[in-house]
Ligand binder design. Structure first.
Ligand code: UDP
Ligand code: MG
Length: 317
């Protein structure tokens, strides 16, 4: 008996891409099922993340027409990471393995075969990583790759060029369930779970319809979210910076005294003004960094639900 594969695809205003995505994935599933690589009970699950267009209607229709399609409807828009988590947690009990992917099929669906193969070899987590980024603009590639390098340098563990296209076994998902943080950065949390894992590479394409829901501003705040939820090193930098500035101030004090006793203290307007601005700036940055973490503590302390599932359409038989 082959294992059950569920796929989870978060969708926010994806009416333009859904029919095509459904068609391509269904073909892929039929071929995998006919080769007995995955079970007949395998499903393709679309998570509607509070879309404003007809996305949920399309998902309901797909589910009506073919039991291979399932749907999770969230009570409102919660963002990609929460929608993905909602999908994973909702299907966890039904599946032996779950692959997550974006609904726009920018990730090559050929990677599914490779992931399932690695799963059968005994891997609980299979990371899909992009082999190259030549469909990206120079700017996107530069910022994205700097992000991975910076996060790793700060002590967060992220797989280079891996986003949220991955396979997880049921027990890996049970591990993930134990991470309760509301500041959700899945690609940083998953490597912490442990279990045997491996990486497969694929090529990422352009969106075939619709537009990206990740403009630069969202991308930057997502990167910030990632770094601050994985590492407290930025706070340590503040401390180190503080010590450094204090040491410099001792040198400055000696220098000032020497100048004073030498009787040459009339000047000094520029040096005072410069240091006032400089130290003021450093202090504000430091407060900002600390505030960033306090904000996170505040969010975590409230323990608000990360998502609310309104309905789950799934035919198990
Ligand atoms: N998405 C979502 N909720 C949101 C924003 C995006 O579920 O609030 C989904 C979206 O439908 C897509 C995936 O997240 O399946 C990735 O979004 P997108 O393709 O816009 O990002 P990009 O590929 O440009 O980084
Ligand atoms: Mg996309």
């Amino acid at each position: 008996m082959s294992d059950i594969l569920y796929m989870v695809l978060p969708c926010y205003n994806e009416e333009e891409v859904l029919p095509e995505t459904a068609k391509q994935l269904k073909e892929k599933y039929e071929s995998l099922i006919s080769q007995d690589i995955i079970s007949k009970l395998s499903r393709i699950v679309f998570v509607n993340d509070g879309s404003k267009d007809s996305t949920w209607n399309i998902i309901q229709d797909l589910h009506q027409q073919d039991k291979i399609f399932s749907g999770v409807n969230l009570s409102r828009n919660r963002g990609h990471q929460n929608a993905l988590l909602a999908g994973l947690m909702t299907v966890k009990e039904c599946a032996d393995m779950v692959i997550s992917m974006d609904a726009d099929l920018q990730d090559d669906i050929g990677v599914i075969d490779a992931m399932v193969e690695e799963y059968y070899k005994g891997n609980d987590i299979v990371y899909g990583a992009r082999s190259k980024r030549d469909t990206d603009t120079f700017f996107k590639r530069f910022t994205a790759e700097s992000f991975y390098k910076l996060t790793n340098a700060l002590g967060g563990e992220v797989v280079f060029n891996h986003a949220d296209c991955r396979l997880m076994s049921q027990r890996a998902l049970e591990g993930l369930e134990k991470y309760k943080e509301v500041n959700l950065f899945l690609r940083g949390i998953v490597p912490m779970i442990g279990y045997p894992s491996t990486i497969v590479t694929y090529e990422r394409n352009e969106r075939f319809a619709g537009e990206s829901k990740y403009p630069l501003k969202k991308m930057l705040s997502f990167a910030m979210e990632g770094i601050t939820s994985l590492s407290v090193k930025p706070i340590r930098f503040v401390t180190t910076g503080g010590i450094l500035v204090s040491l410099i101030s001792v040198v400055m004090m000696i220098y000032t005294l020497v100048r004073y006793f030498a009787g040459a203290t009339v000047q000094g307007w520029s040096s005072i003004l410069i240091s006032v601005w400089l130290i003021g700036g450093i202090q504000m940055i430091a407060l900002g960094v600390i505030g960033e973490y306090i904000g996170k503590i505040y969010m975590e302390a409230k323990e608000r639900p990360r998502y609310i599932v309104e309905s789950f359409l799934n035919k198990k038989e």
